[in-house]
Design a protein around this ligand. Sequence first.
Ligand SMILES: [Zn+2]
Length: 379
Amino acid sequence: MIDLVRLLQELIRCPSITPTDAGVMDIVQKELTALGFSCERMVFGSGKDETQNLYAKKGSGSPHLCFLGHVDVVPVAGQNWDYPAFEGVIRDGRLYGRGAMDMKSGIACFIKALEGFSFNGTVSLLITGNEEDIPTYGTPAVLNALQDRNENWTAALVGEPGGTQQTGAVIKTGRRGSLNAKLTVTGKSGHTGYTHLAVNPVEALCDILNEVRKPLDNGSVHFEPSTLSVTTIDVNNPTPNVIPGTAFAKFNCRFNDCHSVDSLTELLRARIDPIAKKIGVSYVFETECMADVFFCTDKKFPALVKEAIKEVTGIDTIESTEGGSSDARFMVKYCPVLECGISGQGMHGANESVALCDLETQTKIYRRILEKFFDEKSP
Ligand SMILES: [Zn+2]
């Protein structure tokens, strides 16, 4: 019998801060091997980029359900923890540690849910060691390699935490995209006593940012309105009587399906350009897409998952597209995908923890999803 709490503690005791493995993948592999899975380690990148990935598979043919998870965690430096972050201390019914919520608990619960489960078809797990940083050598690299072998999936479940509400209250059926932008404005430096001889890039930048910050859209059927946050304005000018030559700002857009990366970039450029021209500054506008927007258009798989949650918890689950991005954005190109995971506290913060009773609930939810999925889809 798998001891769920012990398994989660073992995973947490590996300080697997991205992309360090710290032995955590071996633990996952050992458990899945014992359950009859054939395990393949897929390592991509080299040097400091080297990323451990695991693709574990049991059964054959369709239907094929894939579970996606990550064993890496964000750092704890600069945070004040009441308990050691990598020990898995249990106090008052909660298990504390980095990854207790995001998302070693999801992996432990899914493994436990597989114990003693027989099915016709295929179950696979794609576990990556780099989700939290730029995941070039994580899930997208594995999916590329598997696609070359004609691997295909009926549906996929991502075990990311569902938020701070009750476990089961929310599943994620899409996520907004994330676009980073840097705007560098160059004017003409000069003496603050002779402003008419200079072109002030700081003031130009302020005017441009006011325009850029206007609403990007009114939201869509599945998404809230897109947002734009200015994250820094830098001038590096220590002298009070000098108008500097250059100033730059950075901002991050969380964009919905009203936009593509290209159309959003063009929209922003169209806001910048007329003001820059009017004031007489030149500018360089650079963007980098960190994650594209995605939405799972399939209706059946979310319905099945919501039914399973209702049967276990009695909750009417909400479909949401809030929050950051996840590896679901890579899987959505191959099959219907959604995120269903445990709820907890302190994700990415101090005292990250999970209630032991939530571990049990989430395991039951995963088990019920497995039962319904293979019942319904099997011939
Ligand atoms: Zn996560």
